[in-house]
Design a protein around this ligand. Structure first.
Ligand SMILES: C[S@@+](CC[C@H](N)C(=O)[O-])C[C@H]1O[C@@H](n2cnc3c(N)ncnc32)[C@H](O)[C@@H]1O
Length: 393
């Protein structure tokens, strides 16, 4: 295995188990490294720091696979990592048959995402380093998880940055067009082929429950950026009287209808529209709702986009406050690392001043724990949000 030497500033990062080494933190490159090659990482004074893979094309040039331990990166390595990750999630089986098994860096397998959907796996390989272990990863997944089928959805933007093409299709076994999953007694139809990301927004599982626990009989719910209806359907099963779902994606809204049928939800409306346009019209109509969910896609993929993202959030919160009943609740989420909890709170505070109403936060919410938040990896906390209501004074 070739050696690579990192600069002083990278040593503290590695000692803190942060797996990313940037290009400017590398002191000496070995000759003729290939994209994704596994290397042993050393400090300038020769201390062994661990094992990582390199991509000279990427700003994140090394991703660490192992810290302070000389080990072979082979099928057995992947088997052990997958076993550990799966065991950690075992208790989730009490409430669901769908969960994330491998969450990339947060499961110490940078660049690899694996979701389990009722016996089937959805897989994303997002880096050249992981791509080189495709065969070992597949064999390890089959051996440990014994899936009925594996579907690959490696269509992330990050592959482009790594100099890799999109890969999509069945890798193993068979994949039905629709898979039914259950979480917290709510059933959803998943389409690995047509669904977004790996098929479903599993990270919001806990928050769907938290928000829907606030539903009272007769509540009217507005599920904005609803995707296939996750939040709204939970609310319907908790006794909401009426649910309006809004999403721009045709594939997503088609599945809302099927998901409502599957859960015997009858009083609902599906709107396929841009939420920003929809809200303008809805306010004009003078509609009122008791729970409004704002769960947009990542508005800020880079730091530069943060300002625009916050303007977007402010608009969404301002309009939602106008649509909110006196005793209603708003749930707002950001899945962008660049818009954190404080940014979201500042935005809600600013909207509360504009609308001349104080607001009270009743719940703080984060990604569910099959998407681990590793304290040592700051980027691993990505989904955050809160539930709030107007103060009546
Ligand atoms: C984070 S997902 C929502 C997940 C959903 N709440 C759930 O629990 O499954 C964001 C959704 O916003 C939709 N979307 C993106 N931009 C939109 C827009 N401008 N108007 C309406 N929907 C949009 C996407 O199609 C996607 O389904």
């Amino acid at each position: 295995m070739k050696k690579i030497t990192v600069k002083k500033q990278a040593i503290e990062k590695i000692k803190s188990f942060n797996p990313w080494i940037y290009k400017n933190e590398i002191k000496k490159f070995p000759k003729d490294v290939y994209k994704g090659e596994v290397l042993s990482v050393y400090s300038p004074n020769g201390e062994f720091l661990g094992i990582g893979y390199i991509n000279p094309l990427s700003v994140i040039t090394i991703r660490m696979l192992s810290f302070f331990k000389k080990e072979d990166i082979n099928k057995e390595f992947f088997i052990q990592r997958i076993k550990r990750a799966f065991k950690k999630r075992e208790y989730l089986k009490k409430i669901t048959n769908a969960f994330r098994v491998i969450h990339s860096e947060a499961d110490f397998l940078p660049g690899l995402i694996v979701d389990y959907y009722n016996g089937y796996l959805s897989l994303q390989i997002n880096t050249a380093g992981m791509e080189n272990f495709r065969k070992e990863i597949l064999e390890a997944l089959i051996e440990v998880l014994e899936p009925k089928g594996i579907y690959e959805k490696s269509d992330e933007k990050s592959r482009e940055k790594e100099g890799l093409n999109t890969e999509e299709g069945i890798l193993y076994g068979n994949i039905p067009e629709e898979i039914i999953i259950i979480e917290n007694d709510v059933r959803f139809i998943i389409s690995l082929q047509k669904g977004q990301k790996t098929g479903f927004y599993l990270d919001q599982r806990k928050n769907r429950k938290i928000v829907s626990d606030y539903v009272k009989k007769g509540f009217r719910v507005l599920d904005l950026f609803s995707n296939t209806g996750g939040f709204g359907i939970y609310c319907g099963l908790k006794g909401a009287d009426f649910i309006k779902f809004v999403d721009i994606s045709e594939n997503a809204v088609n599945l809302i209808v099927e998901n409502c049928k599957l859960n015997s939800i009858k009083n609902y409306q599906v709107v396929q529209e841009n939420v920003f346009d929809f809200l303008k019209e809805e306010v004009k109509k003078g509609e009122k709702y008791d729970i409004i969910i704002i769960d947009p896609p990542s508005f800020a993929k880079t730091k530069k986009e943060k300002e625009g993202a916050l303007r977007g959030f402010k608009y969404l919160i301002l309009k939602s406050l106008q649509l909110l009943s006196e005793e209603g609740f708003i749930a707002v989420f950001s899945c962008s690392h660049h818009v954190d909890m404080e940014d979201l709170k500042d935005t809600a505070l600013s909207a509360s001043k504009d609308r001349k109403t104080p607001v009270e936060i009743v719940e703080h919410m984060y990604q569910d724990i099959d998407h681990p938040y590793i304290l040592n990896i700051p980027n691993s906390l990505y989904l955050k949000g809160f539930l709030f209501r107007k103060c009546i004074i």
